[in-house]
Design a protein around this ligand. Structure first.
Ligand code: SF4
Length: 144
């Protein structure tokens, strides 16, 4: 017997579209837009419909990994990963960096912290995936 639909919200960007989910243990068995949600009115972009893939995907990383010289990968700890990434970033001219993030890539934290991060690197160039989601919002608003 299928599980009941439960109302919740997608947290993959700041739109927080209303969704309904049917759970199967830790898995999302089914996901759909919540037509009763006052803002999104049943709309979701494709990311919300793939939440099960993001959470339970076979290839999901569960720790940082580092590429070895032969092209294979090894698991490393977070402290090591953060220290090595910080060292490498400090060696790059900020003019050569394009930051892609700050909205729509998985949560809101990139938007909250990217400004200070980019200033520390002397980087000015940025882009994000927000156009995809904002276009969907426009479709909903255009029908109000
Ligand atoms: S626009 Fe897409 S990613 Fe953003 S909250 Fe809605 S369904 Fe989720």
């Amino acid at each position: 017997m299928s599980q009941p639909w439960q109302p919740t919200a997608c947290i993959l960007c700041e739109c927080n579209c209303g969704i309904e989910v049917q759970l199967d243990g830790r898995r999302f068995a089914r996901i759909r837009g919540d037509k009763a949600h006052p803002a999104s009115q049943g709309y979701t972009c494709n990311k919300a419909l793939r939440l099960d893939h993001y959470q339970n995907g076979r290839d999901r990383l569960t720790s940082p990994i580092r590429r070895r010289a032969d092209g294979s990968f090894e698991k490393i700890g977070w402290d090591v990963a953060i220290a090595e990434i910080a060292t490498r970033f400090s060696q790059i001219d900020g003019e050569r960096i394009l930051y892609y993030g700050g909205g729509g890539q998985g949560n809101h934290l990139g938007g909250a912290y990217s400004g200070a991060f980019l200033r520390a690197l002397g980087a000015h160039y940025r882009s994000s995936a927000l156009a995809q989601e904002k276009m969907g919002e426009f479709y909903v608003d255009a029908h109000l």
